[in-house]
Design a protein around this ligand. Structure first.
Ligand code: FAD
Ligand code: FES
Length: 545
């Protein structure tokens, strides 16, 4: 399967948000496609985004008898959901002891209870709709990263108990001989699935409840009345923006969450050489990032002879891989080394890909009414727990819209204020502000003509910054490197071949088409006419800058 990027003008759409193809996409027969919107429509509920958050919300509301339309820019699962590793767990990557510190014991209990309910909801939905998606109940094991102290495990174990989870402390870690002598916390009855097979089944179930899906249909002009898409109007009573990061809000939420890039490898391992389980370490305490990178590993059935071992980690703030002196390619090498040490049966790497996660300032996703709006809802900030957070998005928003009580509305409210997160907040805001210094730095490519086929980068031209890419036919594609959201300078992502914004995570194809918000417009094209002159190419005319 080859990657195409989204392009609103040509009608092409993305099957995934980067060049590398995930194991899920590679093992799916074809993209999950529906018809494209070709008329004005009116509906009760408009859901924007066909990832796990949008589709769960759409399905659940349709199941309740509501008239629901879901529109998706690419195909179902072509966003970060198609690039996940699909651990379905109540073990939160920000740890329960942190939630207790940031909020209180009661909030940690509600969080534990909500993620456990999300796992149950997925299990029941798979069963109810007979979704063939390799859903499996597995146990999860949390163990110490070498930079961490034993107290972290003890404290987290105590916090999970206070939160009401049925965790156990064990003195060995099943499946990982190299961690001999290490304790771990066992989280029983977690789960895993093939995410795109799940979405395919959920989409089918949604349409069986009279739901409508339009793919290759890009929402614009989102308001309290609806949105436009592909030049048509969609009017709705309720609008759910499930675009991973909101594209209806310019600032508020984007100062409460930060984009991180995370890396995955998948390797064939002989069948029965490992137990099916989820494994996580507690994260690198020496890391410079606020959200400490941790490793996450699981097994996925592949064929009669092999399973796939899927291992992730090596995260960094989006667009800032090089600030630790470790570029994107080296991060895969580090991940492979780490994985082989713990799982020596790993040999050939079958797939590798990366994706983006939104890390909230206070560990909990933002789900509910968009601040200031009565009928516009958002689901975002789901960090490395997007399978359950995305599912909770559906559970909570369904209850808000249908007027039912829900115990989790308050803790996930996008309008909440977390005073105790100030230290992390200031550090991330400092990082954000520091990105404006890129305006005064040279680009990473000295001369645009140095770019070889398949290479891209940022070129300085006086005070101007150009996002340049040389395609496989040796043609140069040039756009402004200034992010249309709030003006940060984009960075070249050599692994996924995209231009990524280090500020709030907007991402663009090699041709400048926006693939991730909060930016909502494409990059302006720049045409190089001769060595010393640069032109902006608009739809109407070309002119010098
Ligand atoms: C490498 C990686 C590993 C992960 N591992 C796990 C894990 O093991 N467990 C876990 O729980 N979570 C994990 N996560 C997190 C989880 O995958 C995500 O949080 C989750 O998939 C996000 O789902 P979503 O529906 O919010 O967003 P998305 O899947 O990104 O869906 C948003 C959709 O909106 C569409 N869209 C955007 N703009 C528009 C527009 N203008 N009009 C129409 N459509 C639009 C996009 O095309 C996209 O399909 C991982 C993430 C990554 C990247
Ligand atoms: S995403 Fe906000 S400035 Fe680029």
């Amino acid at each position: 399967m080859d990657t195409q990027y989204s392009n609103s003008e040509t009608g092409d759409a993305a099957i995934t948000s980067g060049k590398n193809i995930s194991a899920w996409l590679a093992t799916l027969e074809e993209p999950i496609a529906y018809e494209t919107l070709q008329e004005n429509i009116d509906t009760d509920i408009l859901v924007i985004g066909g990832g796990i958050a949008g589709l769960t919300t759409a399905y659940y509301l349709a199941k309740e008898g509501r008239k629901v339309v879901l529109i998706e820019d690419g195909f179902v699962g072509s966003g970060e959901t198609g690039r996940t590793t699909a651990h379905i767990t109540c073990a939160l990557d920000d740890l329960y002891m942190e939630i207790e510190k940031l909020f209180d014991e009661k909030t940690a209990q509600l969080a534990a209870n909500s993620h456990t309910a999300a796992i149950e909801w997925i299990a029941n939905t798979v069963k109810l709709n007979n979704i063939d998606c390799d859903f499996k109940r597995v146990d999860g094991y949390l163990f110490l990263h070498p930079t961490d102290n034993k107290e972290t495990l003890d404290d987290e174990y105590a916090a999970t108990k206070r939160a009401g989870l049925l965790t156990e402390m064990h003195s060995t870690i099943p499946g990982i001989a190299a961690e001999e002598g290490q304790h771990c916390i066992k989280y029983p009855q977690q789960a895993q699935f093939h995410i795109l097979k799940y979405l395919k089944g959920l989409a089918k179930a949604f349409t069986e409840h009279e739901g409508k899906i339009y793919t290759k249909t890009r929402a614009e002009n989102i308001s309290t009345k609806g949105a436009t898409a592909n030049g048509f109007e969609i009017t709705a009573q309720h609008i759910v923006v499930a675009t991973n990061t909101p594209i209806n809000d310019w600032v508020t939420i984007h100062t409460k969450q930060w984009p991180y890039r995370t890396y995955v490898i998948a390797a064939k391992v002989p069948k029965n050489s490992l137990p099916f389980a989820l494994w996580w370490d507690t994260g690198d305490n020496d890391s410079k990032w606020v959200s400490k990178p941790y490793h996450y590993v699981r097994l996925q059935p592949l064929d009669d002879d092999y399973d796939l071992l899927i291992s992730g980690g090596e995260d960094h703030r989006t667009g800032q891989a090089d600030t630790e002196g470790i570029n994107e390619e080296d991060r895969y090498d580090r991940l492979i080394t780490w994985t082989k040490k713990r799982f020596p049966m790993v040999n050939d790497i079958a797939y590798k890909w990366s994706g983006q996660v939104m890390e909230p300032v206070d560990a909990l996703a933002y789900i509910g009414k968009n601040p200031g709006d009565e009928n516009v809802y958002i689901i975002t900030g789901d960090s490395g727990n997007g399978m359950t957070h995305g599912t909770l998005g559906g559970l909570i928003i369904k209850d808000i819209i249908t007027g039912k009580e829900n115990p989790w509305i308050e803790i996930y409210s996008p309008s909440r204020i977390s005073i105790k997160a100030t230290g992390s907040y200031l550090k991330e805001v400092g990082n954000m502000t520091a990105q404006y210094a890129d305006w005064f730095k040279d680009g990473d490519v000295k001369n645009i003509h140095d770019l070889k086929p398949g290479e891209g980068g940022i070129v300085s031209h006086g005070f101007k910054k150009i996002a340049a890419y040389c395609d496989e036919e040796n043609m140069l594609h040039t756009c402004t490197a200034v992010c249309p959201h709030l003006g940060a300078i984009l960075q070249w992502n050599a692994e996924e071949k995209t231009f990524d914004c280090p500020m709030h995570g907007s991402r663009f194809t090699t041709e400048g088409v926006v693939m991730n918000g909060p930016a909502i417009t494409d990059l302006k094209k720049i045409l190089i006419v001769e060595e010393e002159k640069v032109m902006v190419n608009t739809k109407e005319k070309d002119y010098y800058i």
